[in-house]
Design a protein around this ligand. Sequence first.
Ligand SMILES: N[C@@H](CCC(=O)N[C@@H](CS)C(=O)NCC(=O)O)C(=O)O
Length: 258
Amino acid sequence: MVSTSYPPKPIRVWITPPGPNPWKTIFLLEELGLNYEFKSFRFDDVKKKPFIDVNPNGRVPAIQDPNTGLTLWESGAINQYLVEQYDKEKRLTYDTFIEKNHCNQYLYFQMSGQGPYYGQCGWFQHLHPEKIQSAIDRYATEIKRVLGVLETILSAKPADAQWLVGNKMTYADMAFVPWNFRLGEVLLQSWDEVFEGTPHVRAWHEKMVDLPSWKRAMEHRAKLMDEQGLQWNGVPKGIETFTEYEEKIQKGGIKYDD
Ligand SMILES: N[C@@H](CCC(=O)N[C@@H](CS)C(=O)NCC(=O)O)C(=O)O
């Protein structure tokens, strides 16, 4: 965390470190330089108390903001709250009619059109006990389609305004980063293959992962993963490859991650 005293009391963020969704919120907190603290716990406990008292849906992230008394889950709702409550200068959002609604639109697209499809692709690629190629293909095709939609949008924008809304980065652009960051693992492709045919998306993504705020978020992730004995890709230490991990899962020796 950046050392900051705004808001006065730290916002508590419940996370399990491996999955991408919590990092959407941490990226935003870091970019806004807000005062927050981690409540990091194991993925195995996501559907158990005490977390389900915070989020009955048992999914991370969730936040508790002692400055306002608000408890909130669903990363899209959390991030909208954070910008509305704390981005007073509208650095990462807009209050103009069209732009504000377009930010909403892209956030909903990310929440319903990007996250769930990427998540299902990752599930069928790595964690499902049976290899169902048609399911992997369906979600991989959808990922490429979503990247194509983003390419159409970004390539139509002026060269000096390569952002989804208006001419600056908003919380809507930032919301796409954590899942796109995991595309190599999700699709089992090289970075060049992942972004083949979508150069504007690649440049947009690379601009954001180059930000100090994202780098700080990923440093926190590395530390929290390490604390739980996990490697960068979510595979427990001591297991070399995804194939070995998949074999152990199939034998029931390991619980599923997301
Ligand atoms: N729509 C939710 C999705 C959250 C989500 O699925 N988080 C994953 C971790 S990245 C999780 O908690 N999974 C728990 C499970 O699959 O049981 C959000 O954006 O907050």
